[in-house]
Design a protein around this ligand. Sequence first.
Ligand SMILES: [Zn+2]
Length: 360
Amino acid sequence: MTTASDPLVELLRSLVNTFGISGHESRVATIFEDNLKNLCEISADKLGCSIARSQGSSNTPKIMVTAHMDEIGFFVKEVTKEGFIKFLPIGGWWGHIALGMEVVVYSRFGEFPGIVGSTPPHILEPDKRKNVIPLNEMYIDVGGTYDFDIIEKMGIRPGDPIVPVGEFKTMGNPNLFMGKAWDDRVGVAELIQIMRKVAKIAHSSTVFGVGTVQEEVGLRGARSSVFQIKPDIAFALDVTIAKDTPGTTRGAVGDRLGDGAAVLVYDSTMIPNQKLLEFVVKVAEEEDIPFYLTSLTGGYDTGNIHMEFGGIPSIVIATPARYIHSNTGIVHRKDIESVVRLLVSVIERLNRKQVRMFSK
Ligand SMILES: [Zn+2]
């Protein structure tokens, strides 16, 4: 049952309610580091990725597990003469979702609430009403008026980050959680839990849990941190699309909330190492961990990891989420638990010899 003192709920709440669009991940990094500093050695790369290291009985293999700390959002492009904010997207947004959304603008003077405004339908041309309004025709209203200058009074200037409001909530179905930024705060929460467990179990490897930055704008932190760590094997924890909502179609197995850990057999940036894929499936089956195989048109951190240093066996383990890349999504407790169990079981079984086998 979910109660106020449920540690998973509290961890998810703290991560989801924190702001951190690409390039502005430091608040999320602080939560990541605070949760692990007593158990792991903490370091960072120069792009802002947080690295939690847990050494087992051997220096190698070096296992890299990533979850990206950034979320999608917007930034201020310019302030109009009338005091409205024109904005640019960070990550993939669709006009239908952005319109009317409540946001917070972070300036050097503080945090200011606003809404994504648009021309009221009453005064739109009839054929324009049928179309999706492009983001560049929208604006954000933070309360500027002819006698209140938002540049002067709020310090708003180009580059200020803007984030959707989507507060964490446990739903009526107590296994379901809603909130913004499950992509990828659910992965960050899983990574924290995995690293806590790994620090307490016997393992013949060194595990690097990496909170990466700037994934949503091109998997950039994955590239900087892979050079810092030089891993022998890599896993990305991220989200995939739950296909159990109206308008989606799925196959006979998996892709629903609660179906378990989603093991990616394909994404637009990587085809996983096939021996590693077999290994992960075997571990899940032997440990009786709910999982399913799926694919996604889109990319993950491993897209920028697996091609470095002559090739690094890599795979994505994802959590299904409803309504990703919108202001509020939904995830299932059981899937989070399955991902954590699967990764810990995989890490327990990895050693130098096993990892060498993946590249033979
Ligand atoms: Zn993601």
